[in-house]
Write a protein that binds this ligand. Sequence first.
Ligand SMILES: [Zn+2]
Length: 464
Amino acid sequence: MSRDQALSKIDEYFKNGDFEAELARRIAFKTESNLAGCEAALQAYLDDELVPCLADLGFTCEIFPNPRADAGPFLVARRIEGDDLPTVMTYGHGDVVAGYDTQWDKQMSPWRITKDGKRWYGRGTADNKGQHTINIAAMKTVLQTRGKLGFNVTILIEMGEERGSPGLKDFCAANKELFKADVFIASDGPRIHPEKPTIFMGSRGVFNFTMRLESHDGGHHSGNWGGLLTNPGVVMAHALASMIDRNGKILVEGWRNTHIPNSVRAAIAKLEVGGGENAPEINPHWGEPDMTLAERVFASNTFEVRAFETGNPQSPANAIPPEAVVFGHLRYVVGTEVSQLMPLLRTHLDKHGFGDITITSERDPMYATRLDPDHPWAKWAIESLGQTAGEEISVLPNLGGSLPNDVFADLLGLPTIWVPHSYAGCSQHAPNEHILESISKSALQLMTGLWWDLGAGKTPKKPT
Ligand SMILES: [Zn+2]
């Protein structure tokens, strides 16, 4: 039995309508984890849908309650074929955001698949039911074609991702033994371009903080007091100007990332940024001056003012406002010491005469992760996917955006590889969520080839 036979078998699964039927069954579960009363649907998606499907494939399934009382359960499904075989951990989420049932075009129901041209609409088609359905179907095809997988697998499905994955980290920390693996391979999020097979291997982190300057109690008439009182808005504007120049270059000492490993630089050099539906126009002069555009979004730290308020913008008074507040954040890459960000800002503000500005940070930053494109597992995946696609795939060392990949990369210590099966225009989290037929077909092939190769005995050696 050959790789090609597995690839034509998965093509058949798509063409004969089985993929659509399987996905439609899953879309029908109203697993809206951010709405009250969703518990029964979250449990049913596992009990009535995934567990029977995976048990049929010889998986041992166990459902664990969430360590957090207010959040949905976890499914851990394992199929172990042998101690000497490679083990993959994979992941998906069965919950979705609210359906917004009345807001879809042409009165489509979010809980059914509606086909319109090349688009398949339905809540969860892209995020994430379609993606894990593709991955499990591809695994089933390898199993049926080869008679075995040729590798061990642990599947983790969570039911609270859309609520920020409550309990995920604690659950993984408490069950590290269950998740011992050689590699992590999962699917979520968008390709860099709909027609371009893509992998990403981590994400930038996000660090949110607040800067506040309280100059006096209450506003004061500017005619009576102007010229005598500090205006906190003006002082805050100068503080910001000391932190970032008018072209977006960060000026806080220690906040910039200027080192890019050669392998990361080489991977990023092949990526195009911007473009696509509804894309805004790029300012080529914004950000890190010595970096390429792609390096600025994938390999540099970027500072944004998310909101800035002084006085009352809805009803400006002729007064000196009492305070000014800035909500800022940094997207940052691996290599940035996140615990030093606030001390470095404090030092900067004090040095520039802004000792009166107080700074506070959010408790839990989203951590940055990245796998080196030269890592043996990265090279292995790039080659397998490229072989199936018949072209070079796009390799993102990390996403510009953020996701809680640190649970898998740092806590569990796994090389992490994400193969996304959606695209930026998929309307996930909004009405009219959809997948593209072309990506789904290609993704089924890519994943079948990848699982086939994982069991073919040519994977990177286990570290000794
Ligand atoms: Zn989502």
